[in-house]
Design a protein around this ligand. Structure first.
Ligand SMILES: *[C@@H]1O[C@H](CO)[C@@H](O)[C@H](O)[C@H]1NC(C)=O
Ligand SMILES: *[C@@H]1O[C@H](CO)[C@@H](O)[C@H](O)[C@H]1NC(C)=O
Length: 214
């Protein structure tokens, strides 16, 4: 009797233990949460591989991998996200330069002041071009866009992103004749870093355009 009671107790214990202990694990393994995590791992691998076509793969991966969920394994989404990141960096940089020009207007170094004003104007143009690219990317694949129209739309994006990169380069070139100093170093370092995001976005745009499918 005693052993039977013990056996019953043990079976009950196992049932209860199984229910409380194994059930949550079993359930967790089949929830969307894990499917999602698995999808993100694949998306992160996809972003890492895609970033290999860029000039700055580390900057590319570290700035885009956080958007794995939105990108999945979609080259159009990846290009879109890269353009959006570039837009935010350049926009922020333009605002930073604009702040500096206000301080510089009171300074005696007119060459630096003029380089800052030109730089702001160039970055402002770049912001417009990148914004236009993002808008165009959002229209791609929209209602009945055929192959020819895809090529046309992508060539617009490629042209505008290249123009933005050139404008950013013109900003740093404008400091060549400016005497070395804190402002010159600060601006050139920052703009050189921002340029990497635009360059990477352009590379991902080119890679997507080469695939030829919306
Ligand atoms: C990136 O390219 C390099 C050189 O071509 C290659 O060795 C590496 O495996 C690639 N990495 C990925 C993640 O594709
Ligand atoms: C520019 O100045 C404004 C007002 O002082 C400030 O809010 C903003 O954060 C500054 N922008 C940058 C990028 O430093």
């Amino acid at each position: 009797m005693r052993t039977k009671g013990a056996q019953l107790f043990l079976s009950l214990f196992l049932v209860v233990a199984t229910f409380f202990h194994l059930h949550p694990i079993g359930a967790a393994a089949t929830t969307d949460g894990d499917g999602q995590r698995y999808g993100d791992i694949k998306a992160i691998d996809y972003i890492r591989t895609s970033c290999n076509v860029t000039l700055y793969p580390d900057v590319c991966f570290s700035s885009l991998s956080r958007y794995a969920n939105a990108v999945q394994q979609n080259p159009a989404q990846l290009a879109r996200v890269a353009i959006a990141v570039s837009l935010s960096k350049v926009h922020n940089m333009a605002s930073y330069i604009n702040n500096l020009t206000r301080e510089a207007d009171y300074s005696a170094n007119s060459r630096a002041t003029s380089a800052l004003h030109d730089c702001f104007s160039n970055l402002d143009d770049a912001v417009d071009e990148i914004r236009g690219s993002l808008k165009q990317m959002r229209q791609i694949g929209a209602a009945g866009a055929g192959g020819e129209s895809f090529r046309f739309q992508m060539s617009n994006v490629q042209t505008w992103m290249s123009a933005a990169l050139t404008d950013e380069e013109t900003c740093t070139d404008g400091f060549e004749d400016v005497q070395d100093g804190h402002v010159k170093t600060d601006v050139c370092d920052r703009v050189t870093r921002v340029k990497k995001f635009t360059s990477n976005a352009l590379a991902l745009v080119n890679s997507y355009a080469d695939q030829g499918i919306p």
